[in-house]
Design a protein around this ligand. Structure first.
Ligand code: NAD
Length: 484
């Protein structure tokens, strides 16, 4: 029986095969105990009729090895091809995207020589759940979903990552001053879980000033955890200001499976020339080796790679006109330096899992068993959304006042979240989408709501969706309208 760990490898498109071959050569010489299983994904698969860019056989390999080492792929333009990255992330439940951003001054110019931060982005929820609807001719909607279990997983992952990697601080970014329920939950769960890690410093920033601070004083950050969309944006800002997007790797981690790659794309403009920089993929490989519990190999490669840069061996993208080497020569230079440590850069160290268990990569982010049914949910009323482009807000309001009773009273009508009835301002801009809030006059049931909807329908008003208003343990489970 082999002691090599099976991993699924995709050589990808464009520069993918060149940088993958170079990286695998480095891994082999460094003594990585891996057994690559090659799969075809990407452009060829898209163009041969697999609309998601991946075949059933490839899925089979991924589900068996549970570790995916992926070179960049080309998504053909037009034709409605789905992003393979999003498909893989969602199908395999890769809930954590881990993106380290490190500056390499003086080698690579950066305004931020001391930058060394890691962004941990929630990868499955938020606006990326992909639930969008057109509700009226003028209004489309995207649902922002933040779940308690999903947030517990990503926040716990961030703290465990910090603990394991000897990082001192975890920062949370959210916009809970505006989105009090969704981002409010994210922030609240962060505070709850932080209590379990008293040795780690914590802080929270509103996302806008948070990203501005990354751009200005990135050295103040260590590990930062945030919801999906913010993480997407913040991690690109962070990579860009290191001055070396081409040197960064990324890990996508789930409970069962994980995927490792470079953050750059397939660079079709330089494909086939043998000049691409394999460093981003080498960084992805280093993250993978730590994940499959071969940290000593990761450390050897990382230090040799730093020494290579320190010795002035650059590919063209870094050399910027100075003498440079090709993809394979760069890899060979790294191989020659295996066992050496950098002198200017700080050598890296990776710890072995204490349990010596590969599954420790999960960092126990599992949602803890929680008592399930101790939440008292009380139905308070309903928001009925109408499509209307004929009546004024006062006309709608007066009609609905008549239809509300006796079970409900009409509390407010809003348009794009702003109160327009009662006592709306004529200056308020309105569109064809009206949110009409009915509060129960006593106990409310779903039958009461159905009867209300039936009265609305019979009166000739066009409702397009409803949203029940609940209290959970006496706490409002809905936001108040602006002006309510
Ligand atoms: P890109 O990252 O491929 O290239 C941007 C620029 O950076 C190009 O000038 C390129 O030559 C250069 N570059 C990128 N990687 C380099 C490397 N390793 N060494 C030297 N130079 C490098 O971005 P793009 O041009 O916007 O996208 C090209 C294709 O890659 C598209 O089809 C896109 O969909 C795909 N893509 C894939 C992934 C992925 O698979 N994870 C990520 C991003 C983009």
């Amino acid at each position: 029986m082999t002691d090599r760990r099976a991993i699924t490898v995709a050589r990808g498109d464009g520069i993918g095969p060149e940088i993958m071959d170079a990286t695998l050569k480095v891994l082999e010489h460094a003594g990585a105990k891996i057994e690559p299983e090659f799969i075809d994904i990407g452009e060829k698969m898209y163009l041969s009729g697999h609309s998601s860019g991946i075949t059933d056989e490839a899925w089979e390999s991924l589900r068996r090895t549970k570790v995916f080492f992926k070179a960049p792929i080309t998504t053909p333009q037009g034709g409605g091809y789905k992003s393979l990255n999003v498909t893989i992330r969602k199908t395999l439940g890769l809930y954590a995207n881990v993106r380290p951003s490190v500056s390499y001054t003086p080698l690579i110019k950066s305004k931020h020589p001391d930058m060394d931060l890691v962004i941990i982005r929630e990868n499955e929820e938020d606006l990326y759940a992909g639930i969008e609807h057109q509700q009226t001719p003028e209004v489309v909607q995207c649902l922002k979903l933040i779940t308690r279990p999903g947030t517990e997983k990503i926040v716990r992952y961030a703290f465990e990552y910090a603990r394991k990697n000897n990082r001192k601080k975890v920062t949370c970014f959210s916009k809970d001053n505006i989105m009090k329920l969704t981002d409010g939950l994210f922030h609240q769960v962060f505070n709850e879980i932080a209590e379990e890690y008293p040795e780690i410093e914590t802080e929270h920033w509103i996302i806008d000033i948070g990203i501005a601070k990354i751009a200005d004083t990135p050295q103040d950050f260590d590990v930062i955890v945030m919801p999906n969309l913010y993480g997407d944006i913040a991690s690109d800002v962070a990579s860009q200001i290191t001055g070396s997007v081409g040197l960064a790797g990324s890990a996508n981690i789930g409970d069962q499976c994980a995927m490792f790659e470079a953050i750059h794309g397939s660079a079709p403009d330089i494909a086939g020339k043998g000049i691409a920089n394999p460093s981003g993929l080498i960084q992805g490989a280093i993250q993978m080796l730590v994940h499959i519990d071969q940290p000593e190999v990761a450390e050897r490669i990382h230090n040799a790679w730093l020494k290579t840069l320190e010795d002035g061996v650059y590919t063209g993208d870094i050399a910027k006109g100075a003498p440079s080497v090709g993809t394979m020569e760069f890899a060979e230079a790294v191989i020659e330096r295996l066992g050496q440590k950098p002198e200017t850069f700080t050598p890296v160290e990776y710890k072995k899992n204490e349990q010596n268990d590969e599954n420790d990569h999960k960092l126990s982010p599992q949602v803890k068993d929680r008592p399930k049914a101790d939440v008292v949910r009380q139905l308070d009323g309903v928001d009925v959304f109408l499509f209307n482009n004929e009546l004024t807000s006062n006309e709608i309001g007066q009609k609905l006042e008549e239809l509300a009773g006796p079970d409900f009273k009409l509390a407010v009508i809003t348009n794009r979240g702003v109160k327009v009835y009662p006592s709306g301002f004529p200056e308020t801009f309105t569109t064809d989408h009206w949110r009409c809030r009915f509060e129960g006059t006593g106990e409310v049931t779903n039958i009461d709501i159905l009867n209300l909807l039936s009265r609305i329908e019979k009166a000739g008003l066009d409702f397009i969706k409803t949203e029940n208003l609940y209290k959970f343990n006496d706490k409002l489970g809905y936001s108040l309208a602006q002006g309510q």
